[in-house]
Design a protein around this ligand. Sequence first.
Ligand SMILES: NC(=O)c1ccc[n+]([C@@H]2O[C@H](COP(=O)([O-])OP(=O)(O)OC[C@H]3O[C@@H](n4cnc5c(N)ncnc54)[C@H](O)[C@@H]3O)[C@@H](O)[C@H]2O)c1
Length: 451
Amino acid sequence: MGISTVSTSLFSTLKNKIEQRQARVAIIGLGYVGLPLALLYSQEKVRVTGFDIDERKIKTLATGGTYIVRIPVEEIAQAQKQGFEATSDYSRLTEMDAIIICVPTPLNEYHEPDLSYITDTAKSIAPYLRAGHLVILESTTYPGTTEEVLVPILEKGNKHGLKAARSSEDQQGFYVAFSPEREDPGNTTVARKDIPKVVGGLDTQASELSAALYGTIFNRVVPVSSPAAAEMTKLLENIYRCVNIALVNELKLLSLRMGIDIWEVIAAASTKPFGFHPFYPGPGLGGHCIPVDPFYLSWKAKEWDFHTRFIELAGEINSNMPYHVLESVVKALNQHKKALNGARILVLGVAYKRDIDDLRESPALTIIELLQKDGAQVSYNDPYFPTVGKGRKYDLQMTCAPLENLGQYDCALIVTDHSDYDYARIVKESQLVVDTRNATKGIKSDKIVHC
Ligand SMILES: NC(=O)c1ccc[n+]([C@@H]2O[C@H](COP(=O)([O-])OP(=O)(O)OC[C@H]3O[C@@H](n4cnc5c(N)ncnc54)[C@H](O)[C@@H]3O)[C@@H](O)[C@H]2O)c1
């Protein structure tokens, strides 16, 4: 049998398997991205195996449990009926046809990309790679990561000396692509399958296979010419948000000084049927993406002797917002002839955005730390977090305070506008309310201070 027959058959065998929904899919990293993705494949009757190094997650799933609030146990049970299981045993990758990587990509303490989760994962995959495997990276990262970081580790670490296919002439290697994740936690207006999926393969075979694989769960796949183009697409999307949020945050600060209601202005501008997309000010950026991802690009840009000034400026404005909140609380208390030192403050909402159970990079944590540093006695309430313990950057060790006897606090500070809260009651029962989200819109009271 000639090489080309062998390779054509590797490609077409996998393509056929994918199209027949017979391909076995591995998802590495069962977090906020990986677990929902695994469930989506299971819903479409594709057999998925999840891989994670967190034994607690494996155990929870094995016992039919869930660790993401918005994913009910019934969904896990349904997926298990379709063969979904979770393991930490990488040797089981030999059973798989496609491997999708959804591991974290945070920043290190110097605000630089921390690719250690990707490199560790690649080192764990490499020994089990075989010809014809399809490997797709989904973790958000700078352009070049797939080709310059992932592929060399996979090529170096596999036992058979396999190479990634870089053109359709390469017919005996493995296939590699990048496809960014576009999930918007808490957003119930767009079904996950209706969010178009961008894919960029290292060669046309990888693009075609990835498009087929995602085509089983997404209604539209958008192929781009390379992994780097797909990596840059994700960063453009997030930088666009980051810069526009910084713009409205800056305009909010000016509007407060000028006595103009920025929320009213944004609502009015939003009536323009073209050329305007609303973004909203807040207490600072949160979540795994917007405060982190832009700095992946600014770091990489330096290699090209290029300074990404929009990203730096937006970062400066957005990261200053928690300090603005602190100042606003100080001023509001001052109006009541009180000092922050010793004041009892109730922070309402610690999740980084409304109605989700995600604390990562939440501005609430920075705000709590700033308030405590200045001597305030801080409590918090959040229906999604009975406790706040130790995170990557903080160690608060706090327990959720009940939403009662609000008059005991000198100030209720609305940081996250969860829809469960009864804001009219909160205003009625509190001595003073500082609102960072316009959650008290429409409530008339001189106790409310917008910030
Ligand atoms: N959360 C979002 O809304 C979102 C949206 C778009 C993109 N992303 C990107 O997706 C990626 C994953 O984000 P997430 O929110 O799912 O993170 P997460 O922290 O919720 O989950 C990551 C999972 O990977 C596991 N993991 C870490 N190292 C591993 C290894 N070597 N082998 C196996 N498992 C390992 C962790 O235990 C964890 O369960 C990140 O790059 C993020 O920027 C996230």
